[in-house]
Design a protein around this ligand. Structure first.
Ligand code: GLN
Length: 547
């Protein structure tokens, strides 16, 4: 344990998408594995108050914390690596900073003063950076600064770091700069110049990078490390190579080999021990040595962008490792799915997940997918909108309510089996107004959900405005789809399942947000297991047929 909280800032240069979040999470993992209470925070320089109103095409998945913050997807990596929940304080945006400074100005807190970027905006940034540290819960706070140095939007953040370094003192803070060392194939050489420029740009704002983490496709030779150290004004052991890895979960070990944790701890004047990565490495062992494989169809409308369903994809990696099964995800665009091609596109799958989403685009394809897997006994997991589609499909094709729909898609439907939540009816603002964060859910004893969770009360995270319309509950249950999870206070239906189907579960919440390496989500684990069982069964049946 440290006596004062230590702060590590992670900046990025040369290009975006270098994986600052993974480096920050990997370093945090190594520090946590040495007994340091570590957390990670992301500062996003955009003006949106949060990414909740951003299209996934723009910004990837919106990640939701227990306390209902709509955040950057990097927070998902932090939780998956550290197995510790994050909160509102772990994601700060320029929108949030300005919003609170302007609110204070209106209240008269700066009476008589001109409100300026320096000191008012930078003070607010410094305050937000230190909220987690001052809570007394952490020895080390890692702050990842979004964007790339030199961006106009990043300037106040870099300035806040410059000021904080003086205020915190030498041994209490540290700047890590993540850069790219590109390989020019025509010249057959790795190039250091972009890194030199990027470090110089940071220096122009008065911040010296103390450790360089260099993303590269090839090993960095000794002389090149020497050159980087000399030109960038850092020690040679502070030039850390971050070579492309086959999985993000290899990065903590790669950073360990490079000694990132040792250099960091030395600079912060903290004791360095051997990190205990036993559990982590046991996961990697299982992940890399699967005994069998399955294919799951992910039906969504943002399938061309990997980041849009980040937490779902990662949850499958955790659940796959737990089952020692390799899970291949086949992304299927719901907009191009219909009653005619659904068999062709889905019949080879061992399980189908219908993804969360908003709006009308692609929903009929999702409904066709649910029908196919329901009628063909293929394991199904529906998440949020996916669960709502399962209810609509069942109402249309089993109850015979051909025009059943959600009022999100058709406000005038005579059979609104999915309807807007009561408290949402008067809400007009779009930002941060959904039903968000972790809510309790009570499981019905004799249900599959109860068997899977093995407990009566669970807590899962939500992000939606619409819900199962309880007026249809009796009718739906009488035909074989049961409600198996409820909000204990309001009675809202949170889980539906079909007991006569081998594995058919729809959940109104997002289990994927809570799956971590150390604690794979039980629903995903059970779903992968069911898909594996299904595969073995269908394979045996085909073999018997061919005999
Ligand atoms: N659009 C649906 C709702 O608001 C589902 C949301 C989601 O899938 N996250 O209720």
């Amino acid at each position: 344990m440290a006596t004062t909280t230590k702060y590590i800032f992670v900046t990025g240069g040369v290009t975006s998408s270098l994986g600052k979040g993974i480096i920050a999470a990997s370093l945090a993992k190594l520090l946590q594995a040495q007994g340091y209470r570590t957390t990670i925070q992301k500062l996003d320089p955009y003006i949106n108050v949060d990414p909740g109103t951003l299209n996934p095409y723009e910004h990837g998945e919106c990640y939701v914390t227990d306390d209902g913050a709509e955040t950057d997807l990097d927070l998902g990596h932090y939780e998956r690596f550290l197995n510790k929940p994050t909160s509102q304080a772990n994601n700060v945006t320029t929108g949030k900073i300005y919003q609170s400074v302007i609110q204070k100005e209106r209240k008269g807190e700066f009476l008589g003063k001109t409100v300026q970027v320096i000191p008012h905006i930078t003070d607010e940034i410094k305050h937000r950076i230190q909220i987690l540290g001052k809570s007394g819960d952490y020895d080390i706070v890692i702050t990842e600064i979004g964007g790339t140095v030199g961006d106009i939007e990043s300037l106040p953040y870099v300035e806040a770091v410059r000021q904080l370094k003086w205020e915190l003192g030498e041994e209490n803070s540290l700047v890590i700069h993540l850069t790219l060392v590109p390989f020019l194939s025509a010249a057959g050489e790795l190039k250091t110049k972009p890194t030199q420029h990027s470090v110089k740009t940071l220096m122009e704002s008065g911040v010296q990078a103390e450790i360089l983490v260099c993303r590269t496709e090839h090993e960095l030779p000794n002389e090149l490390r020497q050159k980087l150290a000399r030109f960038c004004n850092v020690k040679k052991d502070s030039v850390i190579q971050s070579i492309d890895a086959s999985t993000i979960y290899d990065v903590p070990n790669l950073m360990l080999e490079e000694g990132l944790d040792t250099v960091v701890l030395k600079k912060l004047n903290l004791e360095s021990n051997t990190p205990n990565l036993d559990q982590w490495n046991a996961f990697l062992e299982r992940h890399k040595n699967p005994k069998s494989s399955i294919t799951i169809g992910l039906i969504g409308k943002y399938v061309e962008l990997q980041d849009s369903y980040k937490s779902i994809l990662e949850a499958f990696i955790h659940a796959g490792a737990e089952n020692e099964v390799k899970v291949t995800i086949e992304s299927i665009h719901s907009e191009y799915l219909n009653g005619e091609n659904v068999k062709l596109k889905l019949s080879h799958l061992d399980g189908v997940l219908v993804a969360p989403g908003f709006g009308e685009r692609g929903i009929e394809g999702k409904i066709d997918a649910v029908r196919f897997v329901r009628e063909n006994n293929i394991p199904f997991l529906g998440i949020c909108l996916g669960m709502q589609m399962a209810v609509i499909e069942f109402s249309r094709n089993v109850l015979g309510l051909s025009n059943a729909n959600s009022t999100e898609m058709d406000n005038d439907t005579p059979n609104s089996v999915i309807d807007i939540m009561e408290e949402q009816k008067t809400i007009v603002d779009k930002g941060g107004t959904m039903r968000l964060g972790a809510w309790e859910c009570e499981l019905k004893k004799e249900s599959k959900a109860y068997q899977i969770y093995n407990t009566e009360i669970i807590k899962e995270r939500h992000r939606h405005r619409y819900e199962f319309n309880s007026n249809y509950k009796d009718q739906i249950e009488s035909k074989g789809m049961i409600a198996s999870g409820f909000n204990p206070k309001t009675g809202l239906v949170e889980i539906v399942e079909i007991p006569s189907h081998p594995w058919f579960i729809g959940v109104q919440y997002h289990p994927e947000y809570k799956s971590t390496v150390a604690s794979p989500h039980p629903l995903f684990v059970a779903f992968v297991k069911a898909a594996h069982t299904y595969k073995k069964k269908t394979k045996n049946a085909t073999m018997a047929q061919n005999k």
